[in-house]
Design a binder for this molecule. Structure first.
Ligand code: DC
Length: 238
């Protein structure tokens, strides 16, 4: 039996979830799955194909034509998102997708379509999955759950910096507005809203140095792995 665990990383946008989750996965030799990228890829498809978000039949039909993959790119040592065999990694990070992704991810059919794929991807364990509902809906029995939060202005500064690194210049106010709008939809939607799982550790990253936050999560992960090994009777008792 495997002692590889599932690590669920949830929380608000731009709190350092994905950058932390990625490095934690590398340190544990686990795979990393960015579920936000999946919602972004669906949003791109809906926009490209003029899918009406209020027409469930149209949404249902469109989902049948969506295939999402993550492909590791050796050159950049990172995995990239593919939509129907096309690399959409940089497109899905653009502001026009950030502006539309929350309403798309509030649609019930979209959620059940993606949650089923996420459960398939993570079921064997050995995975760090980041999103909004991983510890509550996708893997409610995950062995380690984390909930990321940070000061609102710090989040916006970090997002602006991230976009600048991708050569996208976006006004600070536009970013603030986008984060506020997404927080509002993500936390109040009917279908699995963003909430902290009762058994999740809260990480306020406002004043945390990145390396410290990674070390802390790795430490929690090792403790959770150890607990699982004890339950499975895999620990060396000598
Ligand atoms: O992690 P991100 O900012 O790239 O996610 C984009 C949007 O996708 C986010 O505003 C809400 C949605 N999302 C979701 O509803 N559930 C998830 N598990 C992941 C993302």
């Amino acid at each position: 039996m495997s002692s590889k665990i599932i690590i669920a990383v949830d929380g608000y946008s731009a709190c350092g979830k994905s950058s932390t989750a990625k490095i934690v996965a590398q340190r544990l030799n686990y795979s990393y799955i960015d579920t936000g990228a999946m919602y972004r890829a669906v949003t791109l498809y809906f926009l490209q194909n003029y899918i009406s978000l209020t027409n469930p039949k149209e949404v249902h039909k469109a989902l049948e034509h969506i295939d999402i993959d993550f492909v590791f790119n050796e050159r950049i040592h990172d995995s990239e998102t593919f939509l129907n065999n096309k690399n959409v990694e940089s497109e899905i990070r653009k502001m026009y997708i950030s502006e539309q992704v929350s309403p798309v991810s509030a649609i019930k059919e979209v959620r059940s379509f993606l949650v089923a794929q996420q459960q398939k991807l993570g079921k064997k364990g050995g995975v760090v999955m980041d999103g909004r509902d991983i510890g509550t809906t996708v893997f409610p029995l995950a062995e380690l759950k984390l909930f990321f939060t940070a000061d609102f202005n710090v989040r916006a500064q970090r997002r602006q910096q991230e976009l600048l690194e991708k050569k996208q210049m976006v006004e600070f106010d536009e970013i603030l507005q986008n984060l506020r709008h997404r927080d509002e939809i993500d936390t109040t939607r009917k279908e699995s809203p963003l909430v902290k799982a009762p058994d999740a550790y809260v990480l306020d990253t406002t004043y945390l140095a990145f390396d410290d936050q990674v070390d802390y999560v790795v430490k929690l992960a090792k403790e959770a792995i150890r607990r699982k090994e004890e339950v499975l009777g895999l620990t060396n008792k000598s």
